[in-house]
Ligand binder design. Structure first.
Ligand SMILES: Nc1ncnc2c1ncn2[C@@H]1O[C@H](COP(=O)(O)OP(=O)(O)O)[C@@H](O)[C@H]1O
Ligand SMILES: [Mg+2]
Length: 363
């Protein structure tokens, strides 16, 4: 079994705390994405696992083995980077074969294994070319093939798709996901792209400023973000966050944002009351805000259209409230004029309530 376990991993560069006590349990055969903004410590974490950085403290286990003192080459991992680092003077075949030849694999076996991964990645017809004769996407597939051919216990991938153009990135993302199902090798994939993480991961580890802030299945990260940081990092457009005050009266529990006030009930009201917090942040995903050009019985507030962005499949509607601009996602056919009055509703149970001072989720 080759899961990967990090226990209280710490890595400092001088006074920069790149990784602050990260503990993470990655199951054998799973695909885990380290997600977070630039500089949050993703690459450093990956490089510690690879053995390219020496942690200040903490344990790294691959399978049942503590690998802290093991050379990178003995850890049985393969790494794929953002820049593919292919050998320019070698053919694609020799690039892919290189790690096998280094390990003195007999040449007949090298041939079969290279052929097999080349078929898997759809690059058979490129085997005789040199990297300079390939497109970026083809080069990236060769780099993946070179990592896969060794059949390592663990793959480490650091933003491997970010040098590709948007269209190719979407295509390669799906290919990688297929490949993951075929290979079932434990993979740690680093990205700052939330859509990439959502679409590929078995589990997402969200990092912020050197810390692991949430580790869960993509759907949980989306539907139950642990903090305002996670909430605003996942989803496109990101979640709307509005400051609100809690008031508990004999009529029930109310949230007042200054622009509108509404009643919360059931488990939401219970959780808010139990927390004892009165300054909260209300989070509503754009896809949960319902815009209507007419007032209805469930309308929660009235506001003005700031701008309408038709995107084909759907329309992003920017609305203007007293304290700022918020986004809603409406159907592809929704149209309204700038400055027009609209009514907005949402299901109170589709919202997220956070403690404003800590940023942590209450509900
Ligand atoms: N070799 C290094 N020397 C000094 N600081 C570094 C070095 N590598 C990374 N850092 C710093 O450590 C922090 C985490 O960096 P990194 O792990 O590369 O983040 P990410 O991959 O999430 O963008 C950043 O503040 C970065 O500037
Ligand atoms: Mg990085």
């Amino acid at each position: 079994m080759t899961g990967v376990t990090l226990a209280n991993l710490v890595k400092n560069y001088g006074s920069v705390q790149a990784v602050k006590s990260v503990s993470l349990d990655i199951e054998d055969g799973s695909f885990v994405v380290l997600l977070g903004p630039s500089g949050c410590g993703k690459t450093t974490t990956l490089r510690c696992i690879a053995g390219l950085e020496v942690p200040d403290s903490g344990d790294i286990n691959i399978g049942q083995v503590r690998v802290n003192d093991m050379q990178p080459k003995d850890r049985d991992i393969a790494m794929v980077f953002q820049n593919y680092a292919l050998y320019p003077h070698m053919t694609v075949f020799n690039n892919i074969a290189f790690p096998l030849k280094m390990r003195k694999v007999p040449s007949a076996e090298v041939k079969t294994r290279v052929q097999k991964v080349a078929e898997m990645l759809n690059i058979v017809e490129l085997l005789a070319r040199k990297p300079g004769q390939l497109s970026g996407g083809q080069q990236q597939r060769v780099a993946l093939a070179r990592a896969i051919v060794r059949q390592p216990k663990v793959f480490l991938m650091d933003e491997p798709l970010s040098n590709l153009d948007a269209r190719l990135r979407l295509y390669t993302r799906a290919e990688l996901k297929r490949l993951k199902q075929e290979l079932k090798v434990t993979t740690i994939f680093v990205t700052h792209d939330q859509a990439e993480a959502m679409s590929m991961a078995d589990k997402i580890a969200v990092m912020n400023a050197g810390e692991l802030v949430q580790y869960a299945e993509p759907y949980i990260i989306y539907s139950k973000p642990a903090s305002t940081f996670v909430a605003s990092f996942i989803g496109s457009p990101p979640m709307n966050l509005m400051k609100a005050t809690v008031s508990v009266t004999s009529d029930g529990t109310f949230l007042d944002t200054g622009s509108f006030k509404y009643k919360v009930s059931g488990t939401f009201a219970d959780a808010i009351k139990k927390s004892g917090v009165s300054d909260v942040t209300l989070g509503v995903r754009p896809e949960d805000l319902i815009i209507s050009t007419k007032q209805a019985s469930d309308s929660i507030f009235e506001c003005e259209i700031y701008v309408v962005e038709p995107l084909g499949a759907n329309t992003v509607v920017d609305i203007k409230l007293k304290d700022g601009l918020y986004k809603a996602v409406a159907s592809g056919t929704f149209r309204a004029d700038v400055g027009q009055k609209v009514w907005v509703s949402f299901l109170p149970e589709s919202t997220h309530i956070f403690n404003t001072s800590t940023g942590q989720a209450i509900t």
